[in-house]
Design a protein around this ligand. Structure first.
Ligand code: DX5
Ligand code: ZN
Length: 220
C-alpha cells in the first residue's frame, strides 16, 4: 500500500502559539495542514477565518487543507483562496448548489473537496466526481476535536474506495475525526489515502512520534 498522507488538524493546537505549532508539525513530518473553519451556525463551535489562514501561509510550505464548516460557504470561498488555501472542502448541506461551489473553487485554481457527515450518504458526491479532488469522510460529528471515532463509517469509506477506483479519477480519500494509531489501521484497510488527526498529534508529547505512529499503523 502507498504511504498515507498525514494532515494534523490545527484545531487541537495551542492557539496562543499558532505559528510555532504549524512549524512544529511540518518539522515532525506532516504532509498537509488541516484547518477547521467553523461559524457557530453550521456547527456549534467557532474557530477562525481567512485572516488566520493568511497569517499562517508564509510560515509553511505544507499545502493548506481548509475544511469549511460554514453556511453559506460560497460568499467566503474567494477569501480563503486569496488567503492561501490550497484545498477548499465544503459540506453538501452548506449550500443549495454543490456543483456550482465546486466549480467556483476550481475556477480559483484550488483543489475542491466534498465532506460527508456521518449521516450523509455517498450519493451526495456521486454526480460531481468530475469536479472533486478530495472526498472527506467525517468519522465524528463536525464541530469539536477529541470525539470518539465512529466505526459505523468504515463501510462508507470502503464504498467510496470502490467508487473512486471505478471512476479512474485521481481523488484523495480523507478521513476526519477520532483518528489515532488505534483507529488508523481499519481506516487504511478500508482504502483511505489521507488521515486527518487533531488530538492524536497535538495532544501528544512528541509530534514526530505521533505522526509516525499513525502513518505506520498496520492494517489489521
Ligand atoms: C471536527 C474537525 C476535525 C477535528 C478532528 O469538526 O473537522 O478536523 O479537528 O479532531 P480529532 O482528531 O481530535 O478528532
Ligand atoms: Zn476537519
Amino acid at each position: 500500500p502507498t504511504r498515507p498522507l498525514i494532515a494534523p488538524s490545527l484545531l487541537a493546537a495551542d492557539f496562543a502559539r499558532l505559528k510555532e505549532e504549524v512549524i512544529a508539525v511540518e518539522q515532525a513530518g506532516a504532509d498537509w495542514l488541516h484547518l477547521d473553519v467553523m461559524d457557530g451556525h453550521f456547527v456549534p463551535n467557532i474557530t477562525f477565518g481567512p485572516l488566520v489562514v493568511k497569517a499562517l501561509r508564509p510560515h509553511t510550505k505544507m499545502p493548506l487543507d481548509v475544511h469549511l464548516m460554514i453556511a453559506p460557504a460560497d460568499p467566503y470561498v474567494t477569501a480563503f483562496a486569496e488567503a492561501g488555501a490550497d484545498h477548499i472542502s465544503v459540506h453538501p448541506e452548506a449550500g443549495p448548489h454543490l456543483h456550482r461551489t465546486l466549480q467556483l473553487i476550481r475556477s480559483l485554481g484550488k483543489k475542491a473537496g466534498v465532506v460527508l457527515n456521518p449521516a450523509t450518504p455517498i450519493e451526495a458526491v456521486v454526480n460531481v466526481l468530475d469536479l472533486t479532488d478530495l472526498i472527506m469522510v467525517m468519522t465524528v460529528n463536525p464541530g469539536f476535536g477529541g470525539q470518539a471515532f465512529l466505526s459505523s463509517q468504515l463501510s462508507k469509506i470502503s464504498a467510496l474506495r470502490t467508487l473512486i477506483d471505478e471512476s479512474g479519477r485521481d481523488i484523495v480519500l480523507q478521513i476526519d475525526g477520532g483518528i489515532t494509531a488505534k483507529t488508523a489501521p481499519a481506516v487504511l484497510a478500508a482504502g483511505a489515502t489521507c488521515l486527518i488527526a487533531g488530538t492524536a498529534v497535538y495532544g501528544a508529547p512528541d509530534y514526530a512520534e505521533a505522526i509516525t505512529a499513525i502513518r505506520e499503523a498496520a492494517p489489521p
